[in-house]
Design a protein around this ligand. Structure first.
Ligand SMILES: [Zn+2]
Length: 129
């Protein structure tokens, strides 16, 4: 049977910025500029529907690629144990970076197991308990 520990909320805030944060910002800016440009092209020339659709598709593709690059940087920093800006995306549940393992003090990314010491996480402990 694996050893268990509780997750403890840390006082440290979520990190912001880094190159991964800038990539996210650029991705969102280019997405909105692309959507705005597509509307302008459509407004100026109603026949330019195909051009507008092309602009929107390109904006979305650039957004996805830049967000993916930011995610790769986050994952690499996570593997190296470095702080990173933003959050690692998760398909089913929110990853909360404010939890730490009570046994080793490592930052928790998975709510059920500690990445650092391998202990199963079975409960919560708020700071001050
Ligand atoms: Zn641990």
């Amino acid at each position: 049977m694996p050893e268990t520990a509780k997750k403890r909320r840390t006082a440290n805030p979520v990190y912001l910025g880094g190159l991964e944060g800038k990539l996210d910002g650029v991705a969102w800016t280019l997405l909105w500029l692309g959507l705005l440009l597509a509307l302008v092209v459509l407004f100026i020339n109603p026949i330019g529907f195909v051009a507008s659709v092309g602009i929107v598709i390109n904006a979305i593709l650039i957004w996805v690629v830049l967000r993916a690059l930011a995610e790769i940087i986050r994952l690499l920093k996570h593997q190296a144990g470095l702080p990173y800006g933003g959050r690692v995306t998760s398909p089913n549940e929110r990853v909360d970076g404010n939890w730490e393992c009570t046994a080793c003090g490592g930052k928790l990314y998975d709510p059920s197991i500690c990445d650092h010491c391998g202990r199963e996480i079975v409960g919560t402990e708020e700071v001050g308990e």
